[in-house]
Design a protein around this ligand. Structure first.
Ligand code: PGA
Length: 252
């Protein structure tokens, strides 16, 4: 059975002491909850990963990174390698977020290299896909998502693909307060699962966790997560407040 996952993408937020408080609050709240077949993942800025990993050892969450450079080591000033993250017990890494595609010009081809680099070290990619508003308005959203998956993921073997989590994040919904409707989310998630089934077979498709991201919050999470093919969420803004994040986890 595929896992339900709620992952918090903190982006470039929180000071060191604020991060410490948030991690502790979330860990304490998770302690009181019974999570069945459910994974909670915190993806803080790289600087706070070691602290999060220390707390995670005794807590009910996993640690994820927000980015890597696709090489084990070398002359790549300012970058972080999957080897370094693996040593800090990082289990997940967000890849292909629309902010990285937009501000850092990350192409599908470069993202493919990142996916390979993570898998080489046993770190699970949370692979983000999703269309821009004009693409949806032009009816191109299915084609855009298909291309992103084909060019960055579908070179993988079935065994390697089994490590991948997909996050559908319509770009127009990220940080805007405009959430995809339950129907829009289900329609795309169903389509993604169908693409995975065509490429890797029905069993792999059934086992793939597909998360929704984009203005998911404490109020709308329950309905979104109730959709057949929505297996949890990748949460930005609402992951920065312990109470709301926990409310979202409770919505699974
Ligand atoms: P948001 O961000 O929840 O703030 O819309 C989601 C994301 O960027 O992963």
């Amino acid at each position: 059975m595929r896992k339900k996952i709620v992952a918090g993408n903190w982006k470039m937020n929180k000071t060191f002491s604020e991060a410490e408080d948030l991690i502790t609050e979330i860990a304490d709240a998770l302690d009181e909850m019974e999570l069945v077949n459910t994974e909670v993942v915190l993806c803080p800025p790289t600087l706070y990963i070691e602290m999060a990993s220390d707390v995670a050892e005794e807590a009910n969450f996993k640690v994820g990174a927000q980015n890597i450079y696709p090489a084990d080591a070398g002359a790549f000033t300012g970058e972080i390698s999957p080897v370094m993250l693996k040593e800090l017990k990082v289990e997940y890494c967000i890849i292909g977020h629309s902010e990285r595609r937009k501000y850092f010009n990350e192409s599908n081809e470069f993202l493919m290299a990142k996916v390979d680099s993570l898998l080489k070290h046993g770190i699970r990619p949370i692979f983000c896909c999703g269309e821009l508003l004009p693409e949806r308005e032009a009816g191109q959203h299915f084609a855009v998502v298909k291309k992103q998956l084909e060019e960055s993921l579908f070179h993988l073997t079935a065994a390697a693909f089994g490590m991948v989590v997909i996050a559908y994040e319509p770009v127009w919904a990220i940080g805007t307060g405009v959430t995809a409707s339950n129907e829009q989310a289900q329609e795309m998630h169903g389509y993604i699962r169908q693409l995975v089934a065509e490429k890797y077979g029905a069993k792999t498709a059934e086992n793939t966790s597909i998360l929704y991201g984009g203005s998911c919050n404490g109020k709308n999470a329950m309905e979104l997560f109730a959709q057949t093919d929505v297996d949890g969420g990748l949460i930005g803004g609402a992951s920065l407040k312990a109470e709301e994040f926990i409310q979202i986890v409770s919505s699974l």
